[in-house]
Write a protein of this length. Structure first.
Lengths: 212, 212, 212, 212, 212, 212
């Protein structure tokens, strides 16, 4: 019943967990993921702008904010299913689009239809903003996998996700922001030291002797 | 890597939550749902047997235990998507079947292929056992919705689920077990009284005066 | 250690729960809240634009996305404490600002300092975008309280929050978007019917009789 | 391995949930329960002292703090099992005591044995402090049940627990603190109003009209 | 109130957590455990059948599905308590049996009494099916412990559980299915490699260089 | 509304999580922390008494039980904020005290004011009991950090907390109980072995060969 339904639906994204069916130390909701992707896109856009690119900020923020909203209609379909055959992928895109259209027409007054049809469209197109979104989406996924690996999740799946995410990011290496990520951010990620449990004894002794 | 992978995958069903993207007071995993459906099917089968029907118990238990295992491969696809068009439904079924086959061939030694291909097949066929499974699956869904309604979940979705589940159950009303459910179990469900908060004062006074 | 630390810190907002120390049926993280506020601000901005206002979208999105990031440095200080005395409020603001500055200088390369100092500034200023943020922040808070009231949270606190949020929104009633919210969105919110548990019996009987 | 093991075991009480196997809106750990019982006992002791009774505070605090520690050894055995027969109850008590003794002898240096054997003894004896503990334990249980009833938990179990707890408290009505609880605390509990959802519309209209 | 109460009680098993009072990375409910034990028993039964044994499938499934239902009546009593003395163990078995009988007589119509008394009996007898249940129960326990060890749970308890479970399984090594488990499944479990965090850098470099 | 409000507020401490905004494997509430600090203080007091010190047990228990209650009024303010400037720290203490006073005067009948004003005062003074509280508070914090380090939390924060806690404890090394902790408890903590995953294979082989 109107925009109220749309506002309420935003909270449903807080109940949609990413990567269901797998043990994770840390779970992420689609709402939080959308937030983080938008913040990462903001940083990437800043790098592009510093390098003389013209960023359409309104478009970038809209793409990032809305890029996973359609999961409310479709649920979380595993990628191998979605991409099993070209035919299925096509059909699936059509269904997703129809459902978004139906939702907008049912809930929004007519004057908002164009704006929201536009916002619910697939954002990962070939514009600079579309490519930044593709990268930002994968950077957050890479951080999710990295977080599990760092916490020693024994499931090799997270190495596979890390690898797949990095591969996709590198497909966009003509972007200044991707170069920046690879050369200035990832080295810090990989340099992170994990102080082993065995150093606890040394640390303790150093502290105690300092007090004697 | 073999049956070990299959055994480990059982635990993934403990991480697959039913009805994602919706606020629920009480969440249910696919593992727990499978357990409850099997127990309900056991009861329904008992009623059929008492009424002279010949129940193939081995088949009934296998159907019930395995009926949602394929969600591990496909994720939880929302029903309106799955059934959006006949074509899409067909394609999805094919993909699901291929994935199950691929998993079995990758993980099980050859001597187990037939047994597990059979176990992973769609169980809701027209046999007595297939129909009992269809009913048991919906009875558990009805109980899930009923639990939310009883706890005063304000989302009208749960009334819709309750209604849809009951409608499906009633399509099988030629079964003795469905008649039993409608005439001997549902009345108790609907008779459940919910003592209102306002009775707390009376109860308290009765207890106190009894001690004076 | 650089932007990597900043990217990682985004995930900390997924561990910061709003309104700690109170029983809630549904918890909300600062990450999810920031997402929802940005989406609400997007809608409000759209209404302003339709009414001939000139919206600086880049500014609006930046304000909304970043408005609670500083809670990472300060923790969640209860409002009555923060506003206990004018002096304390002033001091807190200074400390908050210093901490944000220190973080930016420690983690970001110099070329990003200006951009991020600007992004971390208090966004609720007197510009159109600042006022939209003030309203969007309170609309999400109002929805949080409304969600608890609808689920029958017995704590009167949620009525107080609802009231305080609505009062603040109405202070901005010169905005077209606030008028729109009051006249076209809130009526739907208040019209929401909650089908009582007692209707379950009727519903059930109607369904059963339809099948007979 | 010594007192370290004892210190670590305190955290295990944070993983022991009260009333397992039942849906609750709000769960309580044995650690939190022990804290609350001790704080309630503190209040009850204060009332006794104000009425001229001599309270052995050290004993009262020790009894309250330790009264459920033995659940670490025994698990949470349902009351109807524990009290099924006099013989069983007796045997259980013996086993519980033996286990506590074994733990103390294994983990504590000898000079602490007496102190801890004493602390792990059943605290609900006939002393003033023992009776205060019995009451405080039931007041916290009554609050747990009351919390569920207020949140509209439909399980009649919580009414039964409320009733049982109140009955037990009233068995100690010769205590000043029980009289105080019944006459000065419970009336406030029962007077708590729950503003119904339907008042939301009125409240909203009052606020809006105030701003016009 | 009848079978409705029984159906509702199935959901209580979703609120009964195994191994309470201990920190675990991954918790398991009795409902999910019952599901997994039944699926494991299915596999073990298949192996027996392939080796010429005659499996009573109905009995096997019934034993596996119901083997922990009685915990609803008794709670989770720690094993050292249950087995502290022969006398206690005996008394305890009697109480458990009485409670199951009482429940069945209170909730089930008379025509179901025999079927359910039979289903609630201790399933771990000396039949082939009883022995398969004993093994399947311990295999799931072994997987639970293994999961914690793999995730680096520092509590030595999980090594003890792993050891105890394996010892019990080996007591049934005359079974073909136990031989199969030891010789064809466990080797895969033990061969599982855990890619160390330190390989992340190499992996990253390999991926990046591939894209250059 | 009276003591009832105070009793209810105890449960709010079960909803206040320590160290918000950081990923932890194991979360701790303020209620559980208060319980553990009181139990640790009990042990430390016992050591002092054994060494001839005169412990005021009533005071020690009161200090420990109440030491974090004021967080209900203030929320969890991050330490660097609280201590950013001397002025802020002072102002903050004043506000905290005013709020506690206001709460007591609003909720407690007058005859309880003195007792509770006293109980809500800062407990970490220079008395023996105040110093024991300071140590017990840090020992529990040290155990919290130790628990994360043992579970391999990769965040270096927990090493910093461990170090800070130990440093504070050592500032009280004139206390017999601190000496006891350093010389008799910490060595056991540091000696804890963590059986590596790689020993699983050896263990398994030893068990299997024992059964052959």
């Amino acid at each position: 019943m109107g925009v109220h339904t749309y506002f309420k639906s935003l909270s449903d994204l807080e109940h949609l967990y990413r990567l269901p069916g797998k043990f994770k130390f840390q779970s992420h909701t689609v709402a939080a993921h959308s937030f983080k992707v938008t913040k990462i896109a903001q940083f990437l856009g800043t790098v592009e702008e510093m390098n003389g690119k013209n960023v359409n900020w309104r478009s970038l923020y809209e793409k990032a904010l809305n890029h996973d909203y359609a999961e409310l209609f479709t649920g979380d379909i595993k990628t191998p299913v979605k991409y099993a055959t070209v035919e299925l992928k096509e059909l699936f895109s059509q269904v997703e689009e129809q459902m978004a259209r139906k939702f907008i027409e049912a809930e929004f007054p007519e004057e908002f239809h164009d704006a929201y049809l536009n916002r619910f469209k697939e954002g990962k197109d070939n514009t600079l903003e579309g490519r930044i979104l593709s990268v930002a989406d994968k950077i957050d996924l890479l951080y999710e996998a990295y977080g599990e690996i760092l916490k020693r999740n024994p499931d090799p799946l997270f190495f596979e996700i890390y690898e797949e995410a990095l591969n996709t990011i590198l497909k966009f290496q003509e972007l200044h922001s991707v170069k920046y990520f690879i050369h200035h951010i990832m080295p810090d990620m990989l340099a992170e030291k994990f102080m082993p449990h065995s150093e606890l004894r040394d640390l303790t002794e150093r502290i105690i002797s300092r007090h004697e």
